[in-house]
Write a protein of this length. Sequence first.
Length: 417
Amino acid sequence: MEPVPAARPRGQYRALLRERDFCLFFVATTSSTLGSAIIPVAMTFALLARGRSATTIGLVLAAQTAPTIVLMLAGGVVGDRWPRRRLMIGADLLRCVSQSLLAGVLTLRHPPLPALLALVACLGIGNAFYGPAETGLIPEIAGRHRIRQANGLLSISSSLTAIVGPSLGGLLVSLGNAPLAIGLDATSYAISACCLALIRTAMRDRPPPASFLHDFRLGWREFRTHGWLRLVTAQYGLLDLVAFAPFFVLGPVLLASRPDGARLWGLVSSATGMGGVLGGLLVLRIHPARPLVAFELAAALLTLPLVMLALHVPVLVLALGSAVFGAALAVLNVTVQTAVQEQIPHTVLSRVNALFSLVAVGMGPVGFALCGPMAHMVGTRRWLGIGAGIILLSVAALLMSRRIWGLQAAPPPDATG
């Protein structure tokens, strides 16, 4: 891999932020991401405060996730056929209305479970259609020669909101105002919709009328054409199973046995978020000639906190490893997102991204469900070590593939004129 620093990277991303349409898009994305980051903490503790059981909380969170997974492919098909910006506005409005109603329901002493499930399901439906359209809209707004810079800026925003959102949600709930926390989420979607409505993008030519199945087959055919994409998609699903889920589930379990374990895990989580910010800054400054090699190196670094947890290192050392984890995850996500947006034709981009995201999102719940049984079967620390070993073996295997080395990045902005 030959890192190629782009000319004057600081000036490039600052120039991007000064562009009206991208600035509006950036504010829209940051606002909706912040609102989404508030929800898990606010919803969980709001239901606990109203005497709901862990089973009920699990049902409510599953009711949000399930529609996203089930409808994601449909979201990709629609995102390639309809104007993406309008589709995102519609998804934001749906999420705004559902969260506004949810805030009202949570003012009740005993909120009815069917209403909770229906409203969070609407949130999941909005997420299913928003995500694929957003991926397709980024190249249209930033320009295909500045996709990496745009994704880097959005990654920094996402990392910061991942730190601020849960803290803000928890603070509002602790003050006894869970409906306000959910209402703030609704407001964030309203702000996003307003910003998207102000963006002036050229209208794409609509594809000729075709059936949903025909459109899906075209997307699937494009996905299968790219061997590198099949490899990294499968590997990302593997990371869900043996890296992300074990770290976020078994990490708190191990620290819970220590004095003040919750506060210590909070430190580790904050370090992960700050690492994500640093990773976003890194991808703004470095333009690797072979992006998938960078993807594999980042995947290897994800094993660091898993090994540290398995070895029972001091918490401050673990926090450092978690910062590396956050930085590597940011590089990983920006790299694969940029590669997809640069290599896939814009006419099928939302569909191909939906197929990738179906694995990236869909395998997450499977990994969470497997963590407990696997840790019980082989031991918590041993399962963390096994997961690290599996990841390193997958990295070694893919680094021997010509498909990984063969994909070259688009020229940096200064080379495009």
